[in-house]
Design a protein around this ligand. Structure first.
Ligand SMILES: [Ca+2]
Ligand SMILES: [Ca+2]
Length: 319
């Protein structure tokens, strides 16, 4: 999501051009869903989406007004919220299913979301916040010591929760400041928090996927190197064992379709790529949008765009 700042610059550039006349995996539903094609407006700087097939909904994190777009800041302003959306018909069921300042909820600028059992996890600046999936009630929050920009969340099949710290901060409202706190944190099933992997070699880790074999995929935002994009494959002990290259960097969202990767990039004209492992062909699905996080859900890609829409499109890999 921190690509907002770059995007503002890009908008300025496009305006100049115009002026010149240049013109989840998860439990399968009992009944398969039809091909879905939705464009759903009404969010406030949405970042991330997670599917809850058991309840037939998506949860969408909203950073809230005054976040990145307006000020370049990502603030502890308690105006973040989480929306509940029907995954069958695309209707917003409850825009503020959980909202900062309401019903005892604290939520500043939530980014990544994850679900395990009856708990929803939200990465919120320097905390992992937990919610009761049935009620939206906040359970508790876990402070991640020394973190500066918690971003994505992934949950493995045992219920261990992984959270990326992108190693940024935006304390002054200006451009992002690199903090060097790059890490993947692990909150295990007993509630113990450890650094699963850490170091600037993670190059501003953003999107995460927990693989069935215990590997963790990490999309690198790599603010100092836009192209190509890198997805690091970490083994179950957090060691890097492979790097997958995508055409463009500034990667944000990351999802898996079997062994295939889907990633959103905030540079280049196309920004959602698919790459089968090994040696697949990258596929540009959207040529004209910038996406933050995304997920794959029963034949569809579900994406949050920088113009605050949730877009759902059939996943049709071009190969
Ligand atoms: Ca906020
Ligand atoms: Ca993200």
């Amino acid at each position: 999501m921190f690509g907002w700042i770059r995007w503002r610059r890009r908008l300025l550039f496009l305006a100049v051009l115009a002026a010149a006349g240049l013109g989840l995996a998860g439990i399968a539903s009992e009944k398969p869903l039809p091909a879905r094609n939705f464009t759903i407006p009404g969010f406030t700087i949405p970042e991330s989406v997670v599917a809850d097939p058991g309840n037939d909904v998506w949860y969408v994190s909203n950073i809230g007004a005054g976040g990145e777009v307006a000020s370049g800041e990502i603030r502890a302003d308690n105006n973040g919220f989480i929306s509940q959306v029907s995954r069958s018909n695309g209707k917003i069921l409850n825009l503020k299913w959980a909202a900062g300042g309401e019903n005892g909820v604290n939520l500043d600028s939530p980014h990544g979301l994850g679900i395990f059992s009856s708990t929803l996890y939200a990465a919120d600046l320097t905390r992992i916040r937990r919610f009761d999936l049935k009620t939206g009630k906040q359970l508790d929050s876990v402070e991640v010591p020394g973190s500066t920009f918690l971003n994505d969340v992934a949950v493995d099949s045992s219920g261990n929760v992984y959270v990326s710290d992108s190693g940024f901060a935006s304390p002054s409202g200006n451009d992002l400041k690199v903090t060097g706190t790059d890490a993947i944190w692990k909150l295990d099933t007993k509630g113990k928090l450890t650094r699963f992997a850490s170091g600037v070699w993670l190059e501003n880790p953003n999107g995460l996927v927990a693989r069935p074999n215990g590997d963790i995929w990490v999309a690198s935002y790599s603010i100092n190197q836009s192209d190509p994009g890198q997805v690091f494959v970490l083994d179950s002990s957090g060691k890097k064992k492979d790097t997958i290259t995508l055409p463009h960097g500034l990667l944000d969202g990351l999802a898996a379709v079997g062994d295939d990767i889907i990633a959103s990039s905030q540079v280049g004209k196309g920004n959602v790529y698919s790459k089968r492992l090994p040696g697949g062909v990258p596929v540009i699905i959207f040529p004209d949008k910038i996406f933050c996080d995304l997920t794959y859900d029963e034949g569809s890609v579900v994406m949050l765009s920088i113009d605050s829409q949730l877009l759902v499109r059939p996943y049709i890999p071009n190969r």
